[in-house]
Design a protein around this ligand. Structure first.
Ligand SMILES: Cc1cc2nc3c(=O)[nH]c(=O)nc-3n(C[C@H](O)[C@H](O)[C@H](O)COP(=O)(O)O)c2cc1C
Length: 403
């Protein structure tokens, strides 16, 4: 259990702070909410008190014997400010301490994550951009806002990321430290495939695999949080897309192949984390195959699907980095890493993320571990952890290879 300060400033998205608070407390953390006075125009203190189980004050004159304006920051493991208004970013950048939240920011030794939310004009204004740059230079994490519907009918960059994404990223910072959300993918265009393809047999049935897409979703979420422009080609992946990620949903290997080859033309980094079927049924029955009918098959002939990773490697543009994935099990012919090295050589990609999937590890589980093999002979071991922390480790292994 960690001690988290949830700062809330006065934007319409303050209502989402209640959901974020719920997600953080349900993960077992002790959360102290510190709203600005403006935030309480949007959500009442009672909501934050009831959901956190902790008192809520906005100014430095309450709880004076406890010296709350110093103690709350000093004892926190993480401060998350969501939403962070333009005004709050300006006050934090200027080092003001005119309410309990800004005083807390000045006394916090722990990582600080700001999740800005405001109208596009306010976000893009040079004053706000300078304040963000100042905060980042000092080591704070300022998440890029999502692009989407804003308060009124307009839309653009400035939307608060969804509470579930902020909670996941807060956990990532607690687990892996602030470097996990460095802004080292800013301006990079990243194309990621995730999930597992399904090859139809008839209108009802398909041949599939056990990939849930959770690792690919984590790669997309962390890349977006690190500043990348992310497109996710999602093969049968459940759940909403991470914030800031454009999603193209596909079903079969052929659909995934088309989406990836098209998307790769615009990408600096291509990551093939989807499990693509090697084979598909030779023919797809137009109607359901029924027991005892004349069409009942005694066997299902399969044909090979094209190797999408090999195609992406062959078509890669100058300076583009191609990252493959290998789900391996050890066998009589070699251990997991030996199979990984052989696959890296065979496929010709720049990096290969090798997962050991023996004994039910990896598929559909929230945790993972991997080794990132490089075509330069490098091997980076990523210790067991959440799929978000493995994703952060993969991006940290990718970044030095970017031109
Ligand atoms: C209805 C309404 C919605 C607002 N939404 C935002 C917002 O999303 N982002 C923002 O930066 N400011 C927003 N503001 C302006 C802030 O409330 C204002 O700048 C205030 O001084 C912020 O104070 P704080 O940063 O101390 O919370 C909004 C104001 C109103 C009245």
């Amino acid at each position: 259990m960690s001690s988290i300060v949830l700062g809330v400033s006065g934007g319409v998205a303050a209502y989402k702070a209640a959901l974020l608070l719920r997600a953080l407390t349900e993960s077992g953390h002790d959360v102290r909410v510190v709203p600005t006075p403006s935030a309480l125009h949007f959500v009442g203190a009672a909501t934050f008190e009831a959901l956190s189980g902790n008192p809520v004050t906005t100014d430095v004159w309450a709880d004076v014997p406890e010296v709350a304006h110093v103690r709350i920051g000093q004892t926190a493991d993480l401060v998350v400010v969501a939403p962070a208004t333009a005004d709050l970013l300006a006050r934090a950048a200027a080092g003001r301490a005119d309410d309990l939240l800004t005083a807390t920011l000045l006394t916090a030794h722990c990582p600080v994550v700001f999740a800005p939310a405001m109208h596009t004009e306010m976000w893009l204004h040079p004053a706000t951009q300078d304040n963000v740059a100042t905060l980042r230079r000092r080591g704070a994490i300022v998440l890029p806002p999502a692009v989407g519907r804003l308060t009124g009918p307009d839309s653009g960059p400035g939307r608060l990321p969804e509470p579930a994404d902020i909670a996941a990223l807060a956990q990532l910072v607690l687990d892996a430290g602030p470097a996990a959300l460095a802004q080292d993918l800013a301006g990079r265009r990243v194309l990621i495939s995730a999930g597992g393809t399904r090859e139809p047999l008839d209108p009802v049935r398909y041949l599939g695999n056990r990939s849930s897409g959770l690792q690919g979703l984590a790669l997309a979420r962390v890349a977006a949080a690190r500043g990348a422009d992310v497109v996710l080609v999602a093969a049968n992946v459940d759940g909403p897309a991470p914030f800031g990620v454009r999603v193209e949903r596909v079903g079969t290997a052929e659909e995934l192949r088309t989406a990836m080859r098209t998307g790769a033309r615009e990408a600096d980094v291509v990551v093939m984390s989807a499990a693509v079927a090697d084979f598909r049924p030779e023919s797809v029955a137009p109607t359901k195959l029924k027991k005892g009918s004349a069409a009942e098959p005694s066997s299902i002939p399969l044909v090979r699907n094209p190797d999408v990773l090999v195609e992406l490697v062959a078509e890669r543009s100058a300076g583009q980095l191609v990252v493959g994935f290998a789900a391996e099990t050890g066998d009589a012919e070699g251990d997991v890493l030996a199979h990984g090295r052989a696959k890296l050589a065979r496929k010709g990609c720049d990096l290969l993320v090798v997962n050991d999937v023996s004994d039910g590890r990896v598929f559909g589980r929230p945790d993972n571990a991997a080794v990132v093999l490089g075509s330069d002979g490098s091997a980076t071991e990523l210790p067991p952890g959440s799929k978000d922390s493995v994703a952060a480790g993969i991006w940290s292994a990718v970044v030095p290879h970017l031109g």
